[in-house]
Design a binder for this molecule. Structure first.
Ligand code: GAP
Length: 469
């Protein structure tokens, strides 16, 4: 099968209830997306896997859930008020607005585009003959800084409230709680704080489905270390994150590391490496690992007047501001890569094409579907017993599907990525020996299409065995 397109995945997401266009009944709101019944399960699973791996299963990590709205001084201290901006250019013919660096990326490369100064953007757009994608003219304004933070107001009377910002990264909630966490836990360096939550950026050119949106979710870790020897933590995180993506099913051939050039680094970073994924439109950032040094804690100490130092428990005279290694994951981009990676079209022996979402079974939104062969009452009753038994004895997400032919139902479960189907037939209820022995069911594997007859009393063990594989 040829390479898949983004449109194929967007269409499946809509058709099967993974992701819908936002506010659709009102004609939508550009570049907003809503996660449907299956999408929310998939996204929750990604978050749960992340939390299990990086928070629960580690003694050097704790979690946090901080507010989206924060004191505006946070964003002065963090540098976002002054520096969190993209180069905006206007097309003077049709008034459409673009990110100048993004327009140039294809011609001059991502690295070169990222380090352009504002006054270089317009001449470069002219020299490279990059015309407005909307009207086709080459009539650009000078580039200007456009701050990406969404501003809103706090208070009940319009105009009288203080201006506040929707957080553009979850990281700052962790920094401002550094001392709270330190004093309420027994954490010692090196240790990290993990957080999953929404972030908001008034992106000039959102697009490519859920890749770049103005409201998105991040899964971030701020890992506090002693300045000496911090490079080994940086290298270790790079490997751990790469392995996490690989373990959950991303093809290593579609992953690559990209170090940021010195001039490309964010205002807070002394070293950054991205993990990029080969999306249908080309390579794009999936994850960023930054060495933030002591920038954030020092800035917050300065502006808040509160001490944010760490005292070495073995040497109380040794007080210092820890350095920070920051692994920052885009949650929606991670979901998108798993959707793209899972999407498979297979030609069957009879010439039909089967669409299968080959999610890792830990990520599948539905993990087992229970399918009575027909709607006959004894079959439904038996299938319901199997469903209740599995609900009581496992924590797997189950589906109970009785609509359509069994072939159609298998197809539907393949398209949503259900790894196992259980079929209850007339053999199960002792009415047709040809279908199988009484009190046995058929277990169907999504990927191999293998069908196995299993005694109901052995079902639990068979499922445990399958989940271990
Ligand atoms: N705290 C560091 C930070 O926010 P970033 O590289 O700006 O760093 C981290 O963002 C991750 O968040 C990115 O690697 C990307 O996966 C995700 N991300 C950033 N902007 C996004 C957007 N507009 N839409 C979706 N995901 C985004």
């Amino acid at each position: 099968m040829s390479a898949i397109s983004l449109d194929q995945v967007v269409s499946l997401c809509k058709r099967r209830g993974f992701i819908f266009p936002g506010s659709e009944i009102y004609g939508g709101l550009a570049n907003t997306w809503d996660y449907g019944p299956l999408g929310v399960e998939l996204k929750n699973r990604v978050k749960q896997e992340w939390w299990n791996t990086f928070v629960h299963r580690r003694q050097d990590m704790v979690g946090l859930d901080s507010s989206i709205l924060m004191n505006p001084k946070v964003w002065e201290a963090s540098g976002h008020v002054g520096s969190f901006a993209d180069p905006l250019v206007d097309c003077k013919s049709c008034n459409e607005r673009y990110r100048g660096d993004k327009l140039l990326e294809e011609k001059i490369g991502v690295e070169a585009a990222a380090i352009l100064t504002l006054d270089q953007v317009k001449p470069m757009l002219e020299a490279e003959k990059i015309n407005c994608p909307k009207c086709g003219n080459n009539d650009w304004s000078e580039a200007k800084h456009f701050n990406l933070m969404f501003k809103t107001q706090q208070g009940v009377i319009e105009g009288e409230g203080d201006d506040i910002y929707m957080r553009p990264e979850t990281a700052q909630g962790i920094f401002v709680n550094f001392d709270n966490v330190l004093t309420t836990t027994r954490m010692r360096l090196p240790f990290g704080i993990g957080q999953i939550g929404k972030a908001f950026r008034n992106e000039i050119t959102p697009g490519n489905f859920i890749f770049r949106t103005r409201e998105f979710e991040q899964m971030e870790i701020e890992y506090f270390v002693e300045p000496k020897g911090k490079d080994k933590h940086f290298e270790s995180w790079k490997k751990q994150v790469w392995d996490w993506y690989k373990d959950l099913g991303l093809d290593e051939k579609k992953l690559r590391l990209r170090d940021h050039e010195q001039d490309e680094l964010c205002h807070y970073s002394t070293q950054t490496v991205d993990i990029e994924y080969e999306f249908p439109w080309g390579w794009g950032e999936l994850f960023g690992l930054a060495d933030r040094g002591d920038y954030d804690l020092s800035q917050h100490e300065k502006l808040s007047g509160e001490e944010l130092k760490y005292t070495d428990p073995d040497d109380p005279k040794n007080k210092f501001i820890p350095h920070v290694i920051e692994p920052s994951f885009g949650c929606d981009r991670t979901v998108l890569t798993f959707l793209l990676e899972a999407y498979t079209e297979e030609e069957l022996e009879n010439g039909d094409v089967r669409i299968v979402m080959k999610f890792d079974k830990r990520l599948s939104p539905v993990q087992i579907a229970i399918l009575p062969l027909s709607k006959k009452e004894p079959l439904i009753k038996k299938a319901q017993e199997v469903y209740d038994y599995l609900t009581d004895t496992t924590s797997l997400v189950l589906d109970f599907d009785i609509t359509g032919s069994i072939g159609k139902r298998y197809r539907r479960q393949d398209e949503i990525g259900t790894p196992l189907c259980i079929t209850v037939d007339f053999g199960t209820i002792g009415e047709d020996k040809d279908q199988g022995d009484p009190d046995t069911i058929t277990l169907r594997d999504r990927d191999t299409l293998e069908q196995k007859r299993v005694k109901i009393e052995d079902l639990h063990a068979a499922i445990v065995e399958y989940w271990k594989s």
